[in-house]
Design a protein around this ligand. Structure first.
Ligand SMILES: C[S@@+](CC[C@H](N)C(=O)[O-])C[C@H]1O[C@@H](n2cnc3c(N)ncnc32)[C@H](O)[C@@H]1O
Length: 229
């Protein structure tokens, strides 16, 4: 089935106070030239206090993350996405729900993780990332090896990384990358219908497409020297 564009939807620009409360921008220029001017990706900087930090890479419209934030009020939840309209929708929902333990960071996952300290994240998700595998599109892949390395760096030893996709080919490629990296141990893999836990999972399940899921745990293996992407 050809990929479909689901980014065309109507959304109201959030009120300024909701944007100020929930959303932070990480523009490419500052990330490259002046990263010290941006808010660090830490619980203290984003929430004002220490708390277990959970990150959703490519959080989209935020429903999944807001649900987790409501279930786990003592943890802090960070969604990262570069699609502004999706994050506006997420901010509107978070504001309407009145959750205080969620933030949305507007920027490119592959450029901003250097703002998170080593071992500072207790759990991470990447759910239904766009499955770019063709050589001509690889520059858009949200999970190249350098980014996986950054995710490994910021996860605490033993912390889980949940990866879910509708694409069999993308799943196989990333399972091999994650499993062979030495930075993660794959704890489980599964395939099936899960009841539409995210917006995109609902979309694919309605079309009778199963999800492929893996949970990997950060090992104690040290990382190789960092190479800037
Ligand atoms: C198919 S959607 C999935 C959204 C959500 N996780 C879900 O399951 O409903 C993929 C999301 O990843 C975001 N994305 C893709 N590449 C990204 C990148 N390099 N940096 C930030 N966000 C990215 C897209 O903007 C989009 O919102």
């Amino acid at each position: 089935m050809p990929r479909v564009k689901l980014s065309r939807f109507r959304v109201r620009q959030p009120e300024p106070d909701a944007l100020a409360a929930y959303m932070l921008a990480y523009p490419g220029y500052e990330l490259h030239f002046q990263p010290e001017t941006l808010t660090p990706i830490t619980a203290e900087a984003l929430f004002g206090h220490a708390c277990p930090l959970v990150i959703d890479f490519g959080c989209g419209r935020g429903d999944f993350l807001i649900g987790l934030a409501q279930e786990q009020p003592d943890a802090c939840f960070v969604g990262i996405d570069f699609h502004q309209k999706s994050l506006w929708d997420a901010v509107n929902k978070a504001s309407a729900a009145g959750v205080t333990n969620v933030r949305f960071l507007h920027g490119d996952i592959r450029r901003m993780l250097k703002l998170a300290p080593d071992g500072s994240v207790s759990e991470a998700y990447m759910l239904f990332p766009p499955p770019y595998l063709k050589p001509s599109k690889l520059y858009k892949d949200p999970l190249p090896e350098d980014t996986l390395r950054e995710i490994a760096r910021l996860l605490a030893p033993g912390a889980p990384f949940h990866f879910v996709t509708d694409s069999a080919e993308y799943f196989d490629a990333k399972r091999d990358l994650i499993g062979e990296s030495g930075w993660f141990e794959i704890a489980s893999t599964s395939q099936g219908f899960e009841g539409g836990k995210t917006y995109f999972q609902q979309f694919w399940e309605k079309r009778n497409i199963e999800s492929r899921r893996l949970e990997a745990h950060r090992t104690h293996t040290p990382l190789p020297p960092h190479s800037e992407v």
